[in-house]
Write a protein that binds this ligand. Structure first.
Ligand code: ADE
Length: 229
């Protein structure tokens, strides 16, 4: 069984619509839709926004539903200047951008006393996501670092800083938490994100306007991925 996570309704609704033999189970306030999508067993859920929601949701998918892999589908703010709204980023790896123990001499984003602060996505899932995205003609796809924090970024100066500090392709609010939990449990994961905005001064307006389009693009890729798994 594969776990599929989105943070918002827009990010999961097409999966929900396409599922069959679905049972609903609630745990820690999150509803899990367990059933089949294109004949493949999946556990689908809306984690809610932010790192804690994403962490709890990931651990429940692993413990209670025994998922053998986790895929996140949804939207992000572009940091790489070559990315346009609708374009796709597939996680090579993930890191927190809001973790800051620099007063103790640690790098920004470095988890103090931990063995690693950057969590690599599964190479096979990345390959399948790239294959799936190549079947879609609109927009471009890149692999790269996805950074996460409990902040909606909407400022050009922050975009430039984050892009250079972390060499990141895009920013969102859940990916690194999912990556961290999957890493702790030795469960493969990949994060698929379509750009709803450029995390700049227009991000709030663009997010509202383009979240549906971007969520649907990400869905197209993840749905095609499941066919290949
Ligand atoms: N998700 C989509 N756009 C985002 C942004 N600009 N900042 C954080 N998360 C996002």
């Amino acid at each position: 069984m594969i776990g599929i996570i989105g943070a918002m309704d827009e990010e999961i609704h097409l999966f929900k619509k396409g599922m069959e033999h679905t049972e609903e189970k609630v745990k820690a306030g999150i509803t899990y839709y367990v059933g089949e999508f294109q004949g493949k067993p999946i556990a689908l859920c809306k984690s809610g926004v932010g790192k804690v929601n994403a962490s709890v949701c990931s651990q429940i998918l692993i413990d209670r539903f025994g998922v053998s892999g986790v895929i996140f589908t949804g939207v992000a703010g572009a940091l790489d200047p070559t990315l346009e709204i609708g374009d796709i980023v597939i996680s090579e790896d993930c890191q927190y951008h809001d973790l800051d123990a620099s007063a103790l001499g640690f790098e920004k984003g470095e988890i103090p006393f931990a063995q690693k602060s950057v969590f690599a996505a599964d190479s096979k899932l990345i390959e399948i996501a790239m294959e799936a995205s190549q079947e879609i003609t609109e927009g471009k796809t890149m692999t790269g670092r996805i950074i996460s924090g409990d902040q909606f970024v909407a400022d050009r100066t922050t975009v430039t800083e984050l892009h250079h500090q972390f060499n990141a392709a895009c920013v969102e609010m859940e990916g690194a938490a999912i990556a961290h939990v999957c890493d702790m449990n030795d469960v493969p994961f990949v994060i698929v994100r379509s750009m709803s905005d450029k995390a700049d001064g227009s991000a709030d307006v663009n997010f509202l306007e383009f979240t549906k389009l971007a969520s649907n693009r990400s869905y197209e890729i993840v749905a095609r991925m499941l066919k290949k798994m």
